[in-house]
Design a protein around this ligand. Sequence first.
Ligand SMILES: Cc1ncc(COP(=O)(O)O)c(C=O)c1O
Length: 409
Amino acid sequence: MFKNICDHVDDPIEAMFKRLSEDAHPDKIDLGIGVFRDDAGNVPVMRAVRQAEQQLFDQNQPKSYLSPLGNADYCADLEVLALGADHPVVKQGRIVSAQTPGAGSALRAGAEFVQKLSPGSVVWVSTPVWGHQVEFFEKAGLKIRSYRYYDKLNCSSDFAGMVEDLQQMQANDLLLLHGCCHNPTGHDLDLDQWNEIADLVIEKGVIPFVDVAYQGFGAGIEADVAGLKLFANRVPQMLLTVSSSKSFGIYRERAGLLSVILPADAKDIGSVRRSLRDTVRQLYFMAPNHGAAIVHEIMSTPELTTLWRDELDATRAHIIKMRSKLRKTIEAANPDFDASFLESQNGMFSCLPISDEEQLLMEREFHIYMLPNARVNVAAMNDAQSKTLADAFAYIRAQRLAETQQASA
Ligand SMILES: Cc1ncc(COP(=O)(O)O)c(C=O)c1O
């Protein structure tokens, strides 16, 4: 049996990280992994997190199993953080949640949940897409269809293309949307567009699946979920995943949320909860607790909540500053290029308008490593690295121009 493993091929993301680790250049640049780094290049631990951990330690909490659905207090906290305590979905008790080992597991468990209820359902995902989402859905047995979302080579939204493609959705298909700070493009829908997509969802009878992984990294903790709140208020039912990895900086502690939002006339919420419990139990048995307990400690201790909000605001301010700097550095090295998209996009990521071959050329010539779609982690870059990236981009563009001129000569 194990001999078959010999033919195993890395997926594109793993393959990039392998090339990065094999590159011996002392100044190689990792713009791939989705973590926030401060000016010194460290992945900081929030003070609110450290204090919450100390409080938990002092409380001498037990370590026995919770339940497959995980930490219920955490679930309630995240429902409120994402939707607001006054949201009709929360007030009417139309939401059933599981705390998962991160949002990656929430996506995988959500896919499994759908597959059990409606095997082989179609999931519509954006182009470009965060590749792991496709993997989670396909491995559960769901079918992938793509909709246009963002024109990478022109650094612009393709909302018209999105709406045109989504006209083909059929009743009970799933529509995957990113709540904010779209991965990989950083391009988000505005409120009018959320409304238009809600119209389409209602008209077609499709089930939205919204993934929120970067709340607080875009325009603000509340502003980042304004579209989601509006949308959840309009559509009858929905799946929702939320990550605490980035918003609380607890990546390796693995805390996420998978929620099912039910129609107002749903009769048997208890059955939905039991079905969700069975789905996650069959996948990984029990959820880990430490990350979820940290988040609940922060959200239930007013001073820690304030401290966390301040720290998250500072993180966002740093990212916005880095976006602005990168724009200026790229435009300085490429005077004929408009890099304003870097400032209008949100969160950690943006895509450079280069082809896959040009991305590999950047790796070879400049030792700069990015995820597929030339996804750059703006939040992981220092000034020197942004200068190298800008110069590399100028080099690529000059090469491209020379090739075009040669071809037309
Ligand atoms: C859009 C999106 N969803 C989900 C996740 C998974 O996050 P977690 O670390 O909570 O598993 C990520 C992580 O990068 C992401 O970008």
